[in-house]
Design a protein around this ligand. Structure first.
Ligand SMILES: Cc1cc2nc3c(=O)[nH]c(=O)nc-3n(C[C@H](O)[C@H](O)[C@H](O)COP(=O)(O)OP(=O)(O)OC[C@H]3O[C@@H](n4cnc5c(N)ncnc54)[C@H](O)[C@@H]3O)c2cc1C
Length: 316
């Protein structure tokens, strides 16, 4: 019997929308049973939230003080125990920072290969995934005689809507947790702005912004239009912004309705992160910049003149 277990991605008591996106992908597999696993220190409320996601059969939650902070080394053995005791044929997680860290460990512990970045489903064991930094799509067929472990490219799937009332079940997992890896401290960039990976609008700055201080221009503009803020790797490497703001192949893959980028050249590694964006607006003072090949709206000019001009126009 085929059944799917989806790992819930959550932080600070809130379910990340990548969970409902992974459920949308799971529904495409055509397998009736889709359970969600919540690993937390006190996961009942989160489980209740996950139970509202359409398509979910049952939410199983396992409380453990060790789950207060999402440490992949601690979560992986618990997930293996849940998969083995539940007899699941498929295990899916999101390709967020959380899932990218976690899912390969789980696959390794289960002794199976893994399909990363699933962006389309052809059948329970056949998927499309990007290769060459998203410049080509390949169709892969996975082995049917082992547990299918996959990460779901959140940008490729809409959130499954709410409206369900799935069963919720507390679970006791027989898993030995490692002592060699433990949570010590979380250093996190805090922001009141929308979350970069789920925002409908994103404003990004590149190396051309020039400094951490100058990035205030990007933040202020983003705040005026209610957007999240992203950056190119060059801007991150130069220390203008923290690396959790990096958009691209080795950063975050995002799918906003509107992506505005200022002083970003449009290297393929950056474009890999915005393939699923709706409208792309680019401002660059070099009319030959590669970003203009993918931009829906391009403005040739100095970002330090264009941003104030856009703001002035918005105030009119
Ligand atoms: C393995 C690998 C992985 C990578 N992963 C990523 C990734 O995830 N994300 C990512 O972004 N990059 C990534 N890169 C780096 C990528 O190749 C580029 O180096 C990077 O994207 C360049 O950033 P940039 O466009 O901000 O800087 P630059 O290439 O320096 O471009 C700056 C642009 O700003 C324009 N400009 C200058 N002044 C102004 C002005 N006043 N007003 C308007 N425009 C101006 C210039 O014309 C230029 O086009 C990766 C590279 C490798 C090798």
């Amino acid at each position: 019997m085929s059944s799917i277990l989806v790992i819930a991605d959550h932080l600070n008591g809130t379910l990340n929308s990548s969970t409902a996106r992974a459920v949308t992908c799971a529904r495409d597999l055509g397998i009736d049973t889709i359970d969600v696993l919540v690993l937390a220190d006190d996961g009942a409320a989160l489980a209740g939230e996950a139970a509202r996601i359409e398509g979910v059969t049952k939410v199983r939650y396992a409380d453990n003080p060790a789950n207060a902070h999402p440490v992949a080394a601690t979560l992986a053995p618990q997930i293996v125990a849940a998969v083995e005791s539940g007899g699941y044929s498929h295990l899916l997680g999101p390709n967020t920072t959380f899932g990218k860290d976690l899912m390969p460990r789980v696959a390794a512990k289960l002794g199976v290969a893994m399909v990363t970045d699933i962006m389309a489903v052809h059948g329970p064991y056949e998927f499309d995934r990007p290769i060459y930094a998203g410049n080509a799509i390949t169709t892969v067929a996975a082995s049917e005689d082992q547990v299918l472990v996959g990460s779901v490219r959140s940008a490729s799937y809409a959130e499954a809507p709410n409206g369900n009332d799935a069963a919720v079940e507390a679970l006791t997992l027989d898993a030995e947790l490692p002592s060699h890896t433990r949570f010590v401290n979380l250093e996190q960039h805090k922001s009141d702005r929308p979350d970069l990976q789920t925002a409908t609008k994103v404003v990004s700055g590149g190396r051309a912004v020039g400094s951490e201080e100058n990035f205030k221009l990007i933040y202020d503009f983003a705040d005026k239009i209610g957007a999240a803020v992203g950056a190119s790797r060059a801007a991150v490497d130069a220390g203008y912004v923290p690396n959790d703001m990096q958009v691209g192949q080795t950063g975050k893959v995002i799918s906003p309705e509107l992506y505005m980028c200022f002083g970003i050249s449009g290297a393929i590694q950056h474009l890999a992160g915005i393939k699923d964006a709706g409208t792309i607006v680019a401002v660059n003072n070099d009319e030959d910049a590669p970003i203009f090949e993918v931009a829906d709206i391009g403005l040739v000019g100095d970002l330090f003149e264009i941003i104030p001009a856009l703001e002035a126009r918005m105030q009119q």
